[in-house]
Unconditional design. Structure first.
Length: 198
């Protein structure tokens, strides 16, 4: 029997081919998958801590892909590869490279011109990369880690607390997060910034 996913509000279903990319065949439940992913993500966090990245290196397609690969390579064969299927959220997959380049260019502009305070740059980046939805899975966690890297490596500021939560479990914290994302979709970024800081 294959892995049956229990999708929460705001999560993207995987198609059959993407599910085939699961490396650990013993996983049968969403809970086990979450645990394995969390262990892999902790290794990725270690990787990011030991390297002082420069803005030229962070704001690249290569870094975006490398970080996703580090976060999920123990679990998914397609870790670090852009999706090649349409999803219930995100832009058409053929536009990912173009839209990501636009986001990276915009972010560099915001930083150089001090268009927004550091936390707003990081959260605007996080929100836009999630709406592009580069990867088949793990986009939310990837975008939160990117926001933290932008805060720490580019601005030398404290990383966000994100309510000290991995936000996988369907609880009040996750609901607040999803609502803050929806507010940002409507042009109001403040609730998402507040969420990230608390």
């Amino acid at each position: 029997m294959g892995l049956e996913f229990d999708y929460k509000d705001g999560q993207t279903p995987l198609d059959e081919e993407e599910k085939e990319g699961l490396k650990i065949k013993s996983i049968t439940t969403q809970g086990e998958l979450d645990d394995f992913e969390q262990l892999n993500i902790e290794k990725a966090v270690e990787w990011t801590i030991h390297i002082k990245w420069k803005v030229e290196k962070i704001l690249t397609e290569k870094f975006i892909k490398d970080l996703h690969k580090k976060m999920y390579e123990d679990v998914w064969k397609w870790a670090g590869e852009f999706r090649r299927t349409e999803k219930n959220i995100g832009i058409p997959w053929t536009q990912i490279g173009i839209e990501l380049k636009n986001l990276l260019d915009d972010t560099k502009y915001w930083i150089e011109n001090k268009t927004f305070p550091p936390e707003e740059v990081a959260i605007r980046f996080k929100h836009r990369i999630v709406s592009i939805h580069c990867f088949p899975n793990g986009n939310g966690r990837h975008s939160r880690m990117m926001a933290d890297i932008i805060m720490e490596s580019i601005f030398g500021e404290e990383i966000f607390s994100w309510h000290q939560s991995n936000m996988i479990k369907p609880n009040e914290t996750r609901n607040k997060y999803i609502n803050a994302l929806r507010e940002a979709d409507n042009g109001n970024i403040t609730p998402l910034i507040e969420f990230a800081k608390n």
